[in-house]
Structures are given as structure tokens and as C-alpha cells.
Design a binder for this molecule. Sequence first.
Ligand code: FES
Ligand SMILES: [Fe+2]
Length: 426
Amino acid sequence: MLTQEQNMALTQVGQGTPMGSFMRRYWIPAVKLEEIVEPGGAPVRVRLLGENLVAFRDPSGACGLINEICPHRGASLAYGRNEVGGLRCLYHGWKMGATGQVLETPPEPDHVTFARKLCVPAYPVREAGGLLWTYMGPKDLEPPFPKFPWLDLPPDQLLVVKMYQDNNYLQGLEGDLDPAHPNYLHRDFDLTDEASWSGVGWQSMAVLMSDGSPDIQCEETPYLMRVGAIRKASDPKLRYVRSTEWIAPFYCYIATGPHESRLFKGWHPIDDFSCYTFYIHFDMERPLDVEAIYSNWGHRTAPPDYKTVHSNANMHLQDRDRMKRGNFSGVNGASIQDRAVQESMGPIIDRTQEHLGTSDKAVIYFRRLMLRKLKEMEDGLPLPSHDPSLDYNHRAGSFDMPADQPWQEVVKWQEAFENNRPLAAE
Ligand code: FES
Ligand SMILES: [Fe+2]
């Protein structure tokens, strides 16, 4: 349970708010590159951390992300002409460059120069891994660009999914922090079905269903934190460990088993009340089965709004007949199941009214850790993930490992198994 002030500190993302300031200290996704493919094509509106921006790729191929509103009299630059070096407002022809500088003000006589000293908010951008990334914080505090290994994969080994969610980002993020919920919310698969979790190569989802009350362990890391969910295994000398790696400000790797495709998740807080979830599916070794992934997760979306047909208003198309036939949630697809419960809480849940239990240990740990990090930021201390020597070489494990070995070493045991060099417990 949080106080109202703590809930606000963790959920508000606008300029000058504690969490909004924390998020602005990191490189974060702004749009998918597919939204601005064509040089000189239509600019796109981007609402990010409560700011209204416009992203564009100019005719020379360079990208920009600047304030949506023209500094002259406020017309939207999303309507603007996309020219080499910047956007030209339709109303009176002012031109703004990718740095936000006002470059031209054609209706003004040459001797009237005040407007050319103006600069609209604009943020640096980088293209990587199918995304346009941006840094919205103070210029002198720009952190190193995160070296996620999936950024450089060929297109057939990477699937970047963007999905609109009608709730505050933290409700979604806390779902990923909650190792016990899959046993209930996602308990809808049939192991004999080709389209089941096993059918698409996520056998580990089947294994975790055997124990709905995992022992949850958390620890702080230089990136942010690590969560372990420890379940009984059929062999008493083993225990089944799933680990999740968290990277500030809002990224994580979800646990996946030996030779399974992997999943990185991130967020794009639109404002305090809505967000986009990014599912980055990738495989370091082989092409992905994209159709199987869409089928199991149910998160196929498209520009411009990246919404699915599901919403609170239509109860996420929950099928009560299917529930009578044995399906737990009656909601189709793991992503939609997550969204159904997270959107059902309303835009921002009142965390003063919760009753947290043992299974919420990672949620509690994250909130305490983040509130401490917000204080450390205020005190000017170094922030997680900012150390330039960090290698970003994460992997989240899902493996039956010896019960007497540290759970934090699950990836070591899993990789040895994958490489046909099983380790022996010392
Ligand atoms: S409002 Fe944009 S140029 Fe006048
Ligand atoms: Fe989930």
C-alpha cells in the first residue's frame, strides 16, 4: 500500500514530476520506424510523457522530434510541409529545424529578426531496433545509449509490437513484476493444441503452471533490479527458477526457457492515463515464427493508433461460454488478458486501497526501490543503468537448477544445458 503522495510520485510522468524527471534521464522509444519510413513523408503526432510532439523524416532521410505547436500562433506542425532541414508551418510559412531552431519567418521583413532567435522544444533522436529513440532530459546529463543486443538483429529475428493501453504505465509494469499471475490469468492453454504456448516454443509457460505460489526473491542491480520466482520441480534435488531482469527506467526481460525466443518489454507513457506497451520479441539464433507469436499474444496492431478491438467498454470480448468449457479468463491472447485486468483498474489505481500479500513481494520491492531512486536523483546521485562500463548483456532465465545453488545463477545453468555442457553442482 502506498500513500497518495507516493502513488502520485510513481505514476505522474509530466515535466517537473519526480517520475517524469526520472524517465527523462534515459533514452526511451518515441515511435516505431515504420511510422516515418518515407523521406519527406507525413510527420506523425507523438504524445510522450504528457508532451505533444511531432516526429518526421525529412527528404534527406534525417529524423527529428520537435514540439507540435508552431511558436508563431500555435498551428500544429503535424500538418506542416516536410522540407530538407525541418518542418514548415502551413499557416504563415515559418520553418523549424530538427534542433527546434526557427530557421525562416517569410512574412517578416528582413530587418525583423526576433523570431529567428526562438527555439521550440526539440529532442535528440536515434534509430535502432525498429524504433526511433529519444532523450528528453537535460542536455548536459545525456546518458550513454543502451546497448541492448537485440538492436542489431536482422529483421527476421526481431518483432517489434506496439500496443495502446488505456491506463497508466505503472499498472502495466507491475504486471510484469508479478510472477504469480500467469498461473491464473494466463492459464488458458491446451498442451495438445498446436497454438498453445508449447506449440510456439514456450514450453516454460507450461512448466510454471505446476506451482501457483512461487517463492519470490528480489535484489538490486546496477541496472535496477532482478526478480526470481522459485517453484518446486519434480526432482526434489532441483528447483524451477524464473528470473526477470529490470533495467531503468521501465524495461525488462521476461523469463524464457532453453532455446525459446526471448521477450523484452518497454513502455511509452503517453501521459498519466495511457501508454503504449512495446513487446520486443527476438531470437538470437534463428528467425521468429511471427504468426505463432501474434496468435498466442493477441497483440497484432497497426498504425496510426496501434489499438486492438478490445476495450473496457466491450469487456475485452470476454467469452463466458469459453470459461464454462474450462478456459480461465475467457479473454483471448496473453497481451489482451494482461490489458483486460490492467485497464479494468481504471486509468490510475488508488494504491492506498490495496491489500498486498506475499505474492506481491516484487511489486513492493520495486516501489520502495523506485521511491529511493527518485530521492537519489533529487540528491544528484548516480542513477541505475548509467554507468558507461555496463555491458547490457542480459538474459532472463527459466530452468530447473540444483536446489542448493543460488537462484541468481539460473542463466549460467540454462546456458550450459543449451551448449550441451551441463554443469555439476559443487
Ligand atoms: S502559426 Fe505557424 S507560421 Fe503562423
Ligand atoms: Fe501477464
